[in-house]
Design a protein around this ligand. Sequence first.
Ligand SMILES: C[S@@+](CC[C@H](N)C(=O)[O-])C[C@H]1O[C@@H](n2cnc3c(N)ncnc32)[C@H](O)[C@@H]1O
Length: 258
Amino acid sequence: MQSRREPNRTTSSPSPDFGARAARYDELRPVDENWWELFDTLVRAGDLHGRRVLEIGCGTGALAVALSERARVWAIDTSPEMLAVARDRAGSERVGWRVADATALPFRDGWFERVVARVVLHLLDRPRALAEAHRVLAPDGRLAIATFDPAHFDRYWLNELFPSLERIDRARFPSPDVLESELRAAGFPNVELARVSQTAEITRDVALAKVRGKHISTFDLIDGAEYEAGLARAEHELPDPVRYSVEWLVVAATARSR
Ligand SMILES: C[S@@+](CC[C@H](N)C(=O)[O-])C[C@H]1O[C@@H](n2cnc3c(N)ncnc32)[C@H](O)[C@@H]1O
């Protein structure tokens, strides 16, 4: 399937290409115990069960489908390739999938009780996307977000291999303070922040497959020479297993009553 560049209005740097990573996304970023722990935390923080929910930047649809067992779910993404994988997922018929941009949602004002966004805010023009989330939420509706806490980038397992990766991701992912003030400006006066700290262990082969498959979009933003040098070092230096921590920020924000 032909790949397509994704819109990224946050910087003038090249945009990550999710179309190109759709086919292997689930293999390289699997739904595992940590995924379910974060899912349960998001569901609780966002009070998502039994609600009319929109997921923005749904990717290959794991969250939307899992949630659709207990909620009425719509899910949008700009990448037709990611959505094609989502539509092939078991249970996908329960979700209303749409190719759409989070900054121009094809839904009427106040249509949803909840909006959820997992690992996508760093890719968006956040003031516009948060204003759109607010527009489609009913009065007192709730926005639930999972994103990486700045602590995630302190000792990430790829930092030493790819020296510019940490700087790029610290600049892309909003700090809790920035996110909170962006949410307030977009009409979410009540913001609750929580942190989820996880540990992960993967075999050296799995770690190498992730690097070779450029499993995180940050790989699209480092130059080719740095990538090749880091991959060569990874092939020589990665231990077996690779252990690392994953530091999440979970945010629940309630929309101001209209
Ligand atoms: C890192 S992936 C996360 C996917 C999924 N939420 C997950 O947790 O696995 C980010 C997703 O956001 C999508 N995306 C990027 N910019 C977007 C935008 N402006 N509007 C909607 N989706 C967007 C990408 O196509 C990609 O599928």
